[in-house]
Design a binder for this molecule. Structure first.
Ligand code: ATP
Length: 238
């Protein structure tokens, strides 16, 4: 069986700055795969390229066996690949519900959208309680819930999360990370980008370590958590 997402020799540049240097990795159906690395490693660039927001210099991206590296971003969403971006990018003046519905913009099944709105409120009850409230009044953690809920509104097969734990309290971070496991158990495949290696690897079936645009290590989440290099560089241990 081929992987749900396969990235082959992907190179991405901003002018002369090569941010991603021929990386290859894959995500199997049903897995949580974590991509970890420090600031500037190329994690966001990788996700934005998979989403069709940036174009690669070279390499291939296959989603469900088909090339998507030259497919328009909205078509990529429609095929079942959603992206919850770094910094959340919610619309502060719009209500919670309006923000969620933007995640369903490509869908033409109002009944299904309604069902998924209810599913988002089940996943994060606070969103339901405050559905009419402007999203800008929410805390960072609540905005992260909203960003994830919005991404789920396209009913994705693969959900990409860019640093969902950023800036969150430990309790809120736990809540977000347990949602990752919940979504996995509901059948969503997840590609999780994180600087917080501990949180990301604990949940991961498989992980990749990105350093200055290259994958330097890979393995099961469990193996990487006990790996000496990972412990020293990412978990702050001597
Ligand atoms: P962070 O966690 O800080 O977002 P990251 O691993 O996601 O880090 P990227 O944001 O993908 O890293 O950045 C990778 C490299 O590309 C960095 O050297 C960064 O300075 C550079 N870069 C990112 N965006 C641009 C841009 N728009 N123009 C030029 N260089 C950029």
């Amino acid at each position: 069986m081929s992987a749900m997402l396969e990235v082959r020799d992907l190179e991405v540049a901003y002018g002369k700055i090569v941010a991603v240097k021929k990386i290859s990795f894959s995500v199997e159906q049903g897995q949580v795969v974590s991509l970890i690395g420090t600031n500037g490693a190329g994690k966001t660039t990788t996700l934005r390229t998979i989403s069709g927001l940036l174009r690669p210099v070279s390499g291939e991206i296959l989603f469900q066996g088909e090339r998507i590296d030259h497919v328009a971003a909205h078509d990529i969403v429609a095929r079942g690949l959603a992206h919850s971006p770094e910094g959340r990018r919610i619309f502060p003046r719009l209500s919670v519900e309006e923000n969620l519905l933007l995640g369903a913009f490509a869908r033409k099944d109002p009944a299904g959208v309604r069902t998924d709105l209810d599913a988002a409120y089940d996943l994060f009850p606070i969103l339901g309680e405050r559905r009419k409230q402007p999203a800008g009044t929410f805390s960072g953690g609540e905005q992260q819930m909203l960003a994830m809920g919005r991404a789920m509104m396209s009913r994705p097969k693969l959900l990409m999360l860019d640093e969902p734990s950023m800036g969150l309290s430990p309790i809120m971070m736990k809540r977000i990370m347990s949602t990752v496991s919940e979504l996995q158990s509901q059948g969503t495949t997840i590609l999780l980008v994180e600087q917080n290696a501990q949180a990301a690897l604990k949940r991961a079936d498989f992980g990749y370590v990105l350093e200055v645009g290259q994958i330097v290590l890979s393995g099961t989440g469990r193996d990487l958590l006990v790996n000496d290099e990972v412990r020293k560089a990412y978990l702050g241990e001597d």
